[in-house]
Design a protein around this ligand. Structure first.
Ligand SMILES: [Fe+2]
Length: 375
């Protein structure tokens, strides 16, 4: 049965052309910083890219139409909660008490559909799971995409570079010899940028896959926060205050940033209005659904009121080390998270020009919705 939704006042039609958020992005050099010859041939101590088929291209000739609504089916609903198909023979270790697991002994690309159902549920419960010794990066790109398509419609990122011919792959790429990190720290004291991915879309991603292709010897870890636990830590009175509130999420600043870097804007930037608290369609958990990268304003609040409440929520998540985990990358690692109940941040803590190259498969999920607080 479809869950009851929290009634909210009728939504004004809002199109914010400029935001008031704290958008910052410095992790992807973009075409201006990209040096294909260094990627293909290497230089000095830097070897050539391990996965040249995944090197970024930017297609300025292709514009994508606005995304259309679609019906998402979350396969976690069909999962056996004992996970017999996913975890048989696996070594599972929790990363922390409140979020995250690390798994050895499972090959994601070989999972049956039942195993994939269980993966969706397991990740929804653990929030983020690092699978070691995977072959996803070694498969033909189309096979990796076919695997990911089970979990939802592939998102095509509006500003990402992509492997030639595979616009659905979102690339995180900082090339060998790219030392723009040094420039970044001229202006910022840290590189932490908590967010959930592309929350400005009407149907943001759910089960999301990020896999390492090349990485620095040390550094470049990814931080994750459990947004459901962050919600539960709030007092009942505060949770009641959040109920029914909605916020504007904007893609405009990301598109502007891409243009300024000489990058692409493949689809016109959009804004969406989402509840501040969303309910997970499988676990029923409620989670905070705001982030400083893309959330701009609480609908119906005056600016100062909105800034005040959002800043509290952002600080609450950022300081919540007791519901966060830090994932270290290694060759063959695939990290899977449920974007509906987590926030994450890259760390730009190495600045000596070592290559960092990852690929993301980003299946979209349902439009966020909120169910009433249970008595
Ligand atoms: Fe992200």
């Amino acid at each position: 049965m479809a869950p009851a939704l929290v009634e909210t006042p009728s939504q004004p039609l809002l199109t914010y052309k400029s935001g008031t958020g704290d958008y910052k992005e410095a992790y992807i050099g973009g075409p201006k910083a990209y040096k294909p010859e260094l990627e293909l041939e290497g230089k000095g101590k830097q070897p050539p890219a391990k996965y040249p088929n995944y090197l970024p291209t930017w297609d300025f000739s292709k514009k994508y139409a606005p995304l259309q609504p679609f019906e998402h089916y979350d396969h976690g609903k069909d999962a056996d909660p004992a996970f017999p198909n996913l975890l048989k023979g696996a070594k599972v270790e929790d990363l922390t008490a409140n979020i995250g697991a690390e798994i050895h002994g499972v090959q994601l690309s070989k999972l049956t559909d039942k195993g994939k159902d269980e993966l969706a549920l397991f990740v929804a419960q653990k929030k983020v799971v690092a699978f070691r010794d995977q072959d996803l990066a070694d498969l033909p790109i189309q096979e990796a995409l076919d695997f990911g398509a089970y979990f939802g419609r592939h998102h095509i990122h509006p500003t990402s570079g992509a492997p030639a011919g595979y616009p659905e792959i979102h690339l995180v790429h900082r090339g060998a010899d790219d030392t723009t990190a040094k420039d970044f720290f001229e202006e910022r004291t840290n590189s932490v940028t908590w967010h959930s991915d592309v929350t400005y879309e009407k149907q943001p991603p759910g089960t999301t896959f990020l896999y390492l292709l090349d990485g620095p010897a040390a550094g470049g870890d990814t931080l994750f926060a459990n947004q459901a636990e962050a919600y539960r830590r709030l007092s009942p009175a505060f949770r009641e205050r959040l109920q029914g509130l909605k916020a504007v999420h904007s893609a405009v600043e990301q598109a502007t940033n891409s243009s300024n870097r000489g990058g692409v804007v493949r689809r016109e930037p959009v804004t969406s209005i989402h509840p501040l608290v969303r309910t997970h369609p499988v676990t029923g958990e409620k989670a905070l659904w705001v982030n400083p990268q893309f959330t701009r304003r609480i609908v119906g609040f005056k600016k100062e009121e909105s800034d005040f409440l959002l800043k509290f929520l952002y600080d609450h998540v950022a300081k919540g080390q007791d519901f966060q985990a830090r994932v270290k990358w290694a060759a063959g690692t695939v990290v899977v998270w449920d974007n509906r109940v987590t926030a994450h941040s890259a760390l730009l803590d190495w600045d000596d020009g070592q290559r960092r190259h990852l690929a993301r498969i980003t299946p979209q999920a349902e439009a966020p919705y909120e169910t009433p607080i249970e008595a």
